[in-house]
Design a protein around this ligand. Structure first.
Ligand SMILES: [Zn+2]
Length: 165
């Protein structure tokens, strides 16, 4: 797969910042991959990103490619796909060259939003684990046990998260 160069579409004259210039050189596939990675949510604040407002600062829910490990500031980040996430332009700007961990903390978050496929998998797995635990606890103690088991089971299921950092 070859990344075809994209024209600079930003309103920033001449894209003065190397990161911004580079931002526009992603292929549609790469942009889509970053967007899908978090199911269209900003990986810093968790809010929605507008697909059509990629690289359009000032637009509603405008977003851009973000390097999770900054390339500047001595972080040694690379432009590899696993270092790329979508983030709101404003969130990316306020992150600067800080770590992703530090930037997410501004929004009380520790993880990137989940991709759609991960959400589906997780929901299935949690439902299976939840009903399994519920059945075990429920079988221990009659009708009340069954009710408690069900509640407990779904609580366990809901509380399981995966770390996709
Ligand atoms: Zn954001």
């Amino acid at each position: 797969m070859t990344a075809k160069p994209r024209r600079c579409q930003t309103r920033w004259a001449g894209c003065p910042d190397p990161d911004e210039r580079e931002l526009m050189s992603y292929s549609d596939d790469e942009i889509e991959a970053a967007y899908d990675r978090t199911d269209g949510n900003c990986h810093l604040c968790g809010g929605r990103m507008a697909w059509s407002n990629y690289g359009k600062p000032g637009r509603r829910q405008a977003w851009e490619m973000e390097h999770s490990r900054p390339r500047g500031g001595g972080w040694g980040g690379t432009d590899h796909a696993n270092n790329r996430y979508g983030a709101h332009v404003s969130c990316n700007r306020s992150k600067g060259t800080r770590s992703t961990r530090s930037a997410r903390r501004d929004y009380g978050r520790t993880r990137a939003p989940l991709s759609r496929s991960t959400k589906v998998k997780l929901r299935r797995r949690n439902a299976a684990i939840g009903s399994g635990v519920g059945a075990v606890v429920g079988s221990a103690g009659g009708p009340l046990g069954a009710v408690l088991g069900g509640v407990f089971g779904s609580w366990i299921g809901d509380s399981i998260e995966i770390d996709n950092d």
